[in-house]
Write a protein that binds this ligand. Structure first.
Ligand SMILES: NC(=O)c1ccc[n+]([C@@H]2O[C@H](COP(=O)([O-])OP(=O)(O)OC[C@H]3O[C@@H](n4cnc5c(N)ncnc54)[C@H](OP(=O)(O)O)[C@@H]3O)[C@@H](O)[C@H]2O)c1
Length: 300
C-alpha cells in the first residue's frame, strides 16, 4: 500500500488503523499481537491512539504488544494525542472534563504515553481538540522540547478549523503536518466549514476519523441513515461491490484531498474492506449521489 507523504521524509499508510475501541475487543496481548501482524500484513502500518482512549488504558495495551513482539515497533508508525483531561478514577483530583495545552501538561502527557507504549518515540503527536483557553506559545514550547529530546518526530492537530490551524502554525518551529477530522457520508461538516478548501490550498492530507460514522451508517437509527444507506446500496449494486462499507471507503478515497480513513474496526475482514476499496473506481456521479443523499437536498 502506498504511503501518503505528510513531509518529504514522513508518511502514513493510506489506511490508518484506529485503536480507540481496543479495550472492547477483549483480546489477550498475544491475540492483539497476531491481529496487529495481520493488519500490518495488509499494508496498514499506521496506528492511531490517544492518551485518553479506553479511560487511559489503550496505549498500555499496545505497549504490552510492543513489549512482547519486539520487531513490530520499527515496522509501524504510532500516532497519539494529548490535551483532553477526563474525569477518571485514575485522576481523583479532577472535578470536570477540560482541556490543558500548557507546556507542562503536553510534555507530561507525552512522557506518560511513551511509558505506556513502551517506546522511545511517538511518530506523530496530535493536539486532540481546539480549546477556548489556548496559549500557542506554550504549545510551541512543548513541541520544541519534545522534538529536541527526540520524543516526538512530527506534530499535528485534530478537529481544528483552518483559522485555528494557521494560528498555531505561526507559533511553532515544528510545522503541523496534518489535521485529523471527522469525515464520512454521515458527517459532511468539513466540506462545509472551509476545512476541505484549506487542506487543498495548503496541500494538507487530512486523516478521516469515524469513516463509518462509528458504525451508525451500517446500523442506521435516524432519518438520515437509511437515506444515505439507500444511495450506498444502489452504488454498491452498480459497482458489483459488497459489502457496502467498501463503497463508503471508496467514497472517501476518491476525493482529491487524499484523506486517510482511520478505520476503527477490531475485525480483520472489515479492515480489509477498507484496503480493498483502494481498487474501486467510483464515478463522479456516484460520488455525488452519496453526497446529495447525505446532504438531504439537491445541489443549487
Ligand atoms: N480525533 C478524534 O477526535 C477522534 C474521535 C473519534 C475517533 N477517532 C479515531 O478514529 C478511529 C475510528 O473511529 P471509529 O471507531 O468511530 O470508526 P468507524 O470505523 O467509523 O467505526 C468503527 C465501529 O463501527 C463498527 N463497524 C464496522 N463495520 C461494521 C459493520 N459492517 N456493521 C456494524 N458495525 C460495524 C465497528 O465494530 P467492529 O469492531 O465489530 O467491526 C466499530 O465499533 C478511532 O479508533 C480513533 O483512532 C478520533
Amino acid at each position: 500500500m502506498n504511503k501518503i507523504n505528510l513531509t518529504n521524509d514522513f508518511g502514513l499508510s493510506r489506511i490508518v488503523h484506529g485503536q480507540m475501541r481496543m479495550n472492547n475487543w477483549k483480546m489477550t496481548t498475544r491475540e492483539l499481537s497476531v491481529f496487529m501482524e495481520e493488519v500490518v500484513g495488509l499494508g496498514v502500518t499506521s496506528f492511531d491512539h490517544a492518551d485518553i482512549y479506553g479511560n487511559y488504558s489503550c496505549e498500555a495495551m499496545l505497549g504490552e504488544v510492543l513489549g512482547m513482539n519486539k520487531s513490530l515497533r520499527n515496522r509501524i508508525e504510532i500516532i497519539t494525542k494529548c490535551g483532553i483531561k477526563l474525569v477518571s478514577e485514575k485522576f481523583p483530583e479532577r472535578k470536570i472534563k477540560h482541556y490543558d495545552y500548557s507546556c507542562e501538561h503536553i510534555v507530561t502527557s507525552v512522557n506518560n504515553s511513551l511509558k505506556n507504549l513502551r517506546t522511545d518515540h511517538i511518530d506523530l503527536l496530535l493536539l486532540h481538540r481546539p480549546a477556548p483557553f489556548f496559549d500557542p506559545e506554550a504549545a510551541a514550547e512543548a513541541f520544541s522540547v519534545l522534538k529536541r529530546e527526540g520524543k516526538v518526530l512530527y506534530f499535528g492537530v485534530s478537529n481544528f478549523t483552518p483559522g485555528q490551524y494557521e494560528m498555531l502554525n505561526t507559533f511553532t518551529g515544528e510545522k503541523l503536518v496534518t489535521n485529523q477530522v471527522e469525515i464520512s457520508p454521515y458527517c459532511l461538516e468539513h466540506f462545509e466549514n472551509g476545512n476541505m478548501d484549506f487542506f487543498l490550498k495548503e496541500k494538507i492530507k487530512p486523516m478521516a476519523w469515524s469513516p463509518l460514522a462509528a458504525g451508525k451508517l451500517l446500523n442506521p437509527y435516524d432519518e438520515k441513515g437509511p437515506r444515505v444507506m439507500r444511495a450506498l446500496i444502489q452504488v454498491s449494486k452498480e459497482l458489483h461491490v459488497t459489502p457496502v462499507d467498501k463503497v463508503i471507503y471508496a467514497w472517501l478515497l476518491k476525493h482529491p484531498v487524499s484523506m486517510m480513513p482511520v478505520v476503527g474496526s477490531g475485525r480483520i475482514e472489515r479492515i480489509n474492506h477498507a484496503v480493498d476499496a483502494l481498487k474501486i473506481d467510483m464515478s463522479l456521479e456516484q460520488w455525488y449521489r452519496i453526497y446529495i443523499a447525505a446532504l438531504g437536498k439537491e445541489l443549487p
